[in-house]
Design a protein around this ligand. Structure first.
Ligand code: GLA
Length: 726
């Protein structure tokens, strides 16, 4: 039962879903300050709101007790709070002061739409909309707080409105601020690089600024719009922690500032660097949604809450809650060097192995024999495919396989018919040289004609191919920002308008083809965020397909994203990114931690390998729904040990799958024990491969017996089923 109550005497609003509470108090009856977020409270007593100031806040005098000393829900610089604020706006007279006072609130069932932005759905939710107003300028802000019955996530977003009579320039528009009592937390961030995405990095908070962010125009390989604060000593299963994730795919800021009183201020939202947005009278700007999860049961509790949010309220489309086809992608098998016969030979072999979907990657259009041309020309290359996508797709479909293909809709190659016809359609800074990256330029998605062109050409290709699947790639970031379309005063809106344009074309195309499975990609995991996930239910996690690197990348990614979201393929050895050789069984086991498929040339596999792959595919088919939608638990961290282990408990609690990998071989070791979690201590479980039976209590409190370290990157999977109850 969601309960949003106000207490006029104490000037408080208390939001609760029975498990967590969030309490806002109005200092001096008008400034919203943060009182509490954590395990559900029954009520808020008078004494609770007497804080920091040492006196009843209803008597607050800003001259004596500036807002600088108070935890706030929507801080702005310039009204006594000397810290960086969440919103900033420049008025027509050049000044920037704001004094936002609470003037109104309402409680709604569900949640408000955020125009143009992806956001979670509001089934089983209630929302508090708190309106603040700066009387002198007419600038207003709505703060939205949504709680759901079935997940301990609070969605927050903000809308800024100009109700005045002159234009206002928004200089900073973050989605939320959370001011905590103290800073006795570790900060966990997920930064990285191409092929090394989302490295798990944990360190104690220190005074000053810290966090994560990017100015690249995409959420990026280098950063991820996700932060965790955890009490020191918080583990996977015990301790208090908070997770903060943004539903936004562009440049962002995720900052934690520890102030003079050692209190932490967490803020996240659209990157303010190089951003501004002019609001004429009556206009408004909506900030992307952020999700705040609180757990009293360790990091695993955050994963549980985010999984419930993602599967219950965020992902959309026919594949959001279902099984997905096991695919084979030809990229690492052929790169650009293929013809129809080669593709068909891969598909035939893949079909024999039990694969269900053939994906044609880059190189099928224009005259693209390398990455130096043709992006934007979405016409079939008849040299490679004499009967076009249509002919190939018909042959693949006739084999009983589904068919999908790769596109990179947001880009244009200077060597393309599109660029020759429309040199102004790319993002460029006036007459300066157009900086290429991977030999390509970024299309200006602020332009309606560009968005229409993308929608029409990509839709035509999907129709022509009668496609079942599309891989939507994006392989470079934006710089030299400028547009032949936007007027000079709107150039600083471009990075945000670009992403809104991406969302629009993605929405138009995915809506036109509801039966097609869309997988996002950005040179691997360069735009792996909840914004894109809400439009496409899976994303290519990383271009790094090496099994051990994938242990690391998928382990850290799993804190926020369920396996159903993580594209993962078995590739050839030596691995193309790292040169490592790991056993086929290990590569398969790790790929089963994600959406599962292949990225290799099956015609080069031995009969034994084909036989083994048939077995992996049967296994995955049998377990896929449990692995995708069950409870994912991290057991042993590849960031802290030379092992990696995770497990999933099926939604009905009857089955559990465990994956364990050793990085290093080592002689003469005694096999250890791996403590499992999430099982029923009173039930027995049978290992479906060996028949061995263990008590759930033994498996959790003593551990599952492991195996010898034979060879590097060795691995075991354990598939356990509850025995029939006596
Ligand atoms: C990106 C993707 C790869 C592949 C290539 C094709 O790097 O991440 O998976 O599709 O582009 O050019």
């Amino acid at each position: 039962m969601i309960h949003i109550s106000s207490d006029a005497a104490r000037h408080c609003i208390h939001l609760s879903n029975g498990r967590v509470s969030y309490v806002i108090h109005f200092a001096a009856g008008r400034y919203p300050v943060h009182i509490y977020w954590g395990k559900a409270l029954r009520d808020v007593q008078d004494n609770t709101v007497v804080r920091r100031t040492g006196r009843k806040s209803s008597t607050l005098d800003l001259n004596e007790t500036p807002l600088d000393r108070l935890p706030q829900e929507c801080p702005v610089f310039g009204c006594g709070d000397m810290r960086e604020g969440m919103l900033q706006a420049r008025h027509a007279d050049g000044t920037e002061a704001l004094e936002l006072r609470a003037v109104n609130y309402r409680v709604e069932d569900g949640k408000p739409e955020l125009p143009g932005l992806p956001s979670a759905r509001g089934e089983g939710a209630r929302t508090l909309v708190l309106t603040l107003r700066d009387e002198a300028s007419g600038v207003e802000a709505d703060l939205n707080y949504t709680l759901w019955e079935d997940t301990d996530v609070i969605a927050r977003s903000a809308v800024i409105r100009n109700t005045g009579s002159t234009p206002v320039t928004v200089e900073k528009a973050l989605s939320f601020c959370l001011d905590l009592e103290d800073s006795d937390y570790d900060l966990l961030t997920f930064q990285g690089a191409w092929a090394r995405e989302r490295e798990w990095t944990r360190r104690p908070l220190v005074m000053g600024d810290q966090g994560n962010g990017t100015v690249r125009g995409a959420s990026s390989h280098q950063a991820n719009p996700f932060l965790v604060l955890s009490r020191p000593g918080c583990t996977e299963e015990a301790g208090e922690c908070m997770g903060f994730a943004l539903c936004w795919s562009g440049s962002f800021l995720a900052n934690v500032h520890v102030d003079q009183f050692r209190a932490a201020r967490v803020m996240m939202g659209i990157q303010p660097f190089d951003f501004s947005w002019t609001l004429g009278p009556g206009e408004s700007f909506t900030c992307p949604e952020a999700y705040l999860a609180w757990s009293g049961e360790g990091l695993g509790g955050l994963t549980d809450s985010f999984r419930a949010l993602i599967h219950g309220h965020l992902t959309t489309g026919a594949y959001a809650r279902t099984e997905r086809p096991i695919l084979i992608n030809n990229w690492e098998a052929t790169y650009f060097g293929f013809d129809e016969e080669k593709l068909l030979s891969i598909a035939r072999k893949a079909k024999e192995m039990g694969v269900e979907l053939f994906v044609l990657d880059d190189g099928w259009f224009g005259k693209r024999d390398s990455d130096n041309c043709s992006l934007g020309d979405w016409t079939d290359d008849l040299r490679k495919l004499p009967h076009g996508l249509k002919g190939l797709s018909e042959k693949i479909h006739a084999m009983g396989l589904k068919f999908g293909f790769w596109v990179e809709p947001e880009m244009v190659s200077p060597d393309s018919d599109l660029y020759r016809a429309h040199p102004d359609w790319c993002i460029h800074a006036g007459n300066r040289p157009r900086l290429e990256n991977r030999n390509q330029l970024v299309l200006d998605l602020t332009r309606p004609d560009v968005r229409d062109y993308i929608t029409e050409t990509i839709s035509a290709a999907i129709r022509r191919a009668d496609a079942d699947y599309v891989k939507w790639d994006m392989n470079r970031n934006i710089n030299m920002i400028g547009s032949a379309y936007l007027p000079p005063e709107k150039i600083r809106e471009l990075p945000v308008r670009y992403i809104l344009g991406v969302y629009e074309v993605m929405r138009r195309i995915t809506a036109a083809f509801p039966q097609v499975l869309f997988e996002s990609c950005a040179g691997g995991g360069g735009r792996f965020d909840l914004g894109i996930l809400s439009l496409m239910p899976q994303g290519w996690t990383s271009d790094d397909t090496d099994a051990w690197m994938r242990c690391r990348i998928q382990y850290s990614t799993s804190l926020l994203f369920p396996p159903s979201a993580m594209g993962a393929h078995v590739s050839a050895v030596p691995n193309h990114q790292t040169g490592r050789v790991s056993p086929l069984a290990t590569r398969a086991a790790v790929a089963m931690g994600g959406t599962f498929g292949y990225e290799l040339d099956p015609t080069k596999l031995s009969d034994e390998e084909i036989e083994a792959i048939r077995g992996y595919n049967r296994r995955f088919r049998d377990w896929q729904k449990d692995l995708f939608y069950g409870r994912f638990l991290r057991l042993r961290s590849p960031y802290e040990t030379d092992e990696c282990a995770w497990m999933t408990v099926s939604p009905d609690g009857k089955r559990a799958a465990v994956t364990h990998v050793y990085r290093d071989g080592s002689p003469n070791e005694i096999p250890g024990l791996l403590r499992l979690r999430g099982l029923d201590p009173d039930a027995d479980y049978r290992d479906t491969d060996t028949g061995a039976v263990y008590g759930g209590d033994e498996l959790m409190y003593r551990g599952l017996p492991l195996y010898g370290r034979q060879g590097d990157y060795s691995c075991r999977q354990f598939f356990l089923e509850k025995t029939e109850e006596a």
